[in-house]
Design a protein around this ligand. Structure first.
Ligand code: ADP
Ligand code: ASP
Ligand code: MG
Length: 450
């Protein structure tokens, strides 16, 4: 059994959907296909939400009409005319009515979640209808019937597994299951989601819950690259990478994978293959536990980081001080990414600033608080164990002209991260790329490093 996940671009046009259908048809075994919304749709749904929040329901209605036109064009291009066209057009007008009905409701967090769920519901419907047209033995199963998160937003793997098992058992003769990425139900049984980019997470959770042979993430690039291709030229695809390294990169900003998506696969030791829908011959990247060690594997960057410095002479020699500080973050449900300490100060970073004002207020009683925004964490993943000589100096030599705000090393042997101003991020990524991966003058040290 294999899970295949296709992202927004892969199902973004009729031409691409047909490519995806070919890939799925040419894959052997029972397949569970996880789809994102068509590219741009979740953003469009978010715009509808923003307009409803502002009370601009007429503008929201125009956005809904545009989405409906896009869907009707897609149905026409997929099925031309005939019964399947009529049936699908009717279904699309039902989805349109659902979206329009949200305009009559009061704005609430639940309304937001219901609206965001609409993209995946449509893309999976369209794709499964295409497979039917192609005479594939396929079935649409709703993620809302099996994907569960608890009251802290964490997936409940056992429930997901039990629910899926029941569904699969009663459809034992089906070859291809199609389901929605991203969407789920929460502990109140209400529609919810796994956060933006969450379809990767869905795929990994299904793969882990069913202990499948492989999880395939099909996207618009030849696998995971050694650096962020949106900001750096001459990046290259990584052949294989360990779960730990891939998890660090995903968490610290490699957009190709949702931040948490590697964890379920790693826990159940299920290989993840990242492939390009538009170049299926390319080998892509295999994420597994047997990846050969490389000192420096890849670089990623995570934006929108806020640093908080707590300076207090009471910290000198005091035990329990850090615990009290952490309690403030725990109470305010805010995760800490990086932390560094000196004898009289603690600096830490967060990416969720929703509760920042309250956090600062509560920290005031511990000492003097400084807050710095517009920062980025740069993460270097590889086998960076302390006994490997020369790696740290090689990294920092590349960027010796860039001011660095914090450094974190030794937390895990697979990660070194440091904090810079976001304005310096692109320079840092490029300097590291030149210095660590492609500077021909350093061929010898390059051999040493990679
Ligand atoms: P999908 O819609 O298929 O989920 P995403 O846009 O979420 O696709 O992720 C793929 C994109 O991630 C690539 O097109 C690329 O721009 C970006 N990206 C960022 N960092 C990396 C990286 N290290 N390797 C590959 N792609 C990356
Ligand atoms: N459609 C959702 C998003 O755009 C989930 C995903 O594509 O992974 O964030
Ligand atoms: Mg994605």
């Amino acid at each position: 059994m294999i899970v295949l996940k296709f992202g927004g671009t892969s199902v973004g046009t009729v031409e691409n959907m047909r490519k995806v259908a070919d890939i799925v048809s040419n894959t052997y075994g029972v397949r569970i296909v996880v789809l994102s919304a068509m590219s741009g749709v979740t953003n469009s749904l978010q715009r509808i939400i923003d307009l409803i929040e502002l009370g601009k329901n007429n503008d929201a209605k125009i956005e809904i009409e545009n989405l409906n036109k896009k869907y009707l064009h897609t149905v026409y291009d997929l099925f031309g005319s005939g019964n399947r066209f009529k049936e699908s057009s009717l279904r699309i007008s039902y989805f349109n009515d659902v979206l329009l009905s949200f305009l009559d409701k009061d704005y609430s967090d639940q309304l937001v979640r219901e609206i965001l769920a609409q993209g995946e519901l449509v893309s999976t419907y369209l794709f499964q209808t295409l497979l039917e047209e192609n005479h594939e033995n396929s079935k649409l199963i709703s993620a809302l019937d099996f994907m569960r998160i608890d009251s802290s937003g964490e997936p409940v793997l056992d429930d997901i597994g039990d629910n899926l098992f029941t569904i699969l058992q009663s459809n034992y003769n089906v070859d291809i299951f199609i389901t929605q990425g991203f969407i789920c139900r929460n502990s109140n049984n209400d529609v919810d989601n796994l956060k933006r980019g969450g379809s990767d997470y869905t795929a990994s959770l299904i793969g882990a819950a069913l202990a499948v042979d492989e999880i395939q993430i099909w996207t618009d690039i030849d696998g995971m690259h050694n650096n962020d291709p949106r900001f750096v030229e001459n990046t290259f695809s990584i052949e294989e990478i360990s779960f730990d390294e891939a998890a660090e990169l995903a968490y610290f900003g490699a957009k190709i994978l949702h931040p948490q998506s590697i964890i379920p696969a790693k826990e159940r030791n299920i290989p993840v293959l990242v492939k390009n829908t538009f170049n299926p011959e390319s080998p892509g990247t295999l994420i597994h536990d047997k990846a050969k060690v490389k000192k420096i594997r890849a670089i990623a960057a995570k934006d929108n980081i806020t640093a908080i410095k707590i300076k207090s002479y009471r910290m000198l020699m005091a035990y329990g001080f850090l615990m009290k500080i952490f309690e403030v973050f725990e109470k305010n449900e805010t995760a800490i990414d990086m932390i560094t300490t000196s004898e009289v100060a603690v600096s830490l970073t967060i990416d969720n600033t929703e509760k920042l004002d309250r956090i600062i207020e509560e920290l005031q009683s511990f000492g003097n608080i400084e807050v710095e925004t517009d920062l980025s964490i740069i993460c270097i993943a590889g086998d960076l164990a302390q006994n490997k000589k020369g790696i740290i100096s090689a990294i920092f030599n590349c960027i010796d002209q860039i001011p660095i705000r914090m450094i974190s090393y030794g937390g895990s042997k697979y990660n070194l991260s440091f904090l810079v101003k976001t304005a310096d991020k692109i320079s840092v990524l490029n300097l590291l790329n030149d210095g660590l991966f492609s500077d021909l003058k350093k061929v010898e040290s390059k051999k040493e490093l990679v």
